[in-house]
Design a protein around this ligand. Sequence first.
Ligand SMILES: C[S@@+](CC[C@H](N)C(=O)[O-])C[C@H]1O[C@@H](n2cnc3c(N)ncnc32)[C@H](O)[C@@H]1O
Length: 228
Amino acid sequence: MPAAQKKLYRFCHFFNQKKALIVYDCMNTVHNTTKEKNYWSSRWEAGNTGWDMGSVSPPLKAYADQLPNKDLRILIPGAGNAHEAEYLHRQGFTQVTVLDIAPEPLAALQQRVPDFPAAHLVNENFFEHAAEYDLVLEQTFFCSFPPTAENRKAYAKKMSELIVPGGKLVGLWFQTPLDPEGSRPFGGSRAEYAGYFAPYFEVLTFAECYNSIKPRAGKELFGVLARR
Ligand SMILES: C[S@@+](CC[C@H](N)C(=O)[O-])C[C@H]1O[C@@H](n2cnc3c(N)ncnc32)[C@H](O)[C@@H]1O
């Protein structure tokens, strides 16, 4: 690409990113539970759930398969159809909590897996949740809410409040640029994410995921972060 064209391209990219940030700034914060709940419920009701892999996520399965303690207190926030929770439950994990702001996927899980403890299904805004966990599993939750720095800092802080010292946050985060048109999944970079986690977590692993599903290959980071 000629230098002048490169320069113009960079300018347009920068401008689009700025435009996107303005769009995001006008969106609600994650603390507006009613608005977020209505948005997600309407997607569930319409069956607009293109993110759903239909079975347990291979990287999270591989991580779970090497855990010796089946009594770990595990939270899966923004769990959706919660295939990971179903898998963990069937493997004998006893303390798996599934949390979602929309009631629809929780009801579906209860129907699909009738012996999953009803008390472990929580219909709440993650950002209002209060409890203690040894392990939180992340998958396509972080990328689902408006990607302002304020929201992302609130996510890291809330994770630090929910996870006990020595506990872990493990999961997948997209390493893709933000879509200038403002559509999901909302990505970012390792450097950006590491900045949010730095005050609370020690990074044990945070690298490109080697066992992503095919459509996400090269697009996601696998992280294991230990609560200080
Ligand atoms: C993109 S979907 C991912 C679902 C699931 N993790 C998966 O990988 O299939 C995001 C999920 O997060 C839920 N969600 C969005 N914002 C939330 C919030 N603030 N608190 C709890 N759940 C939320 C939505 O209802 C939806 O089920």
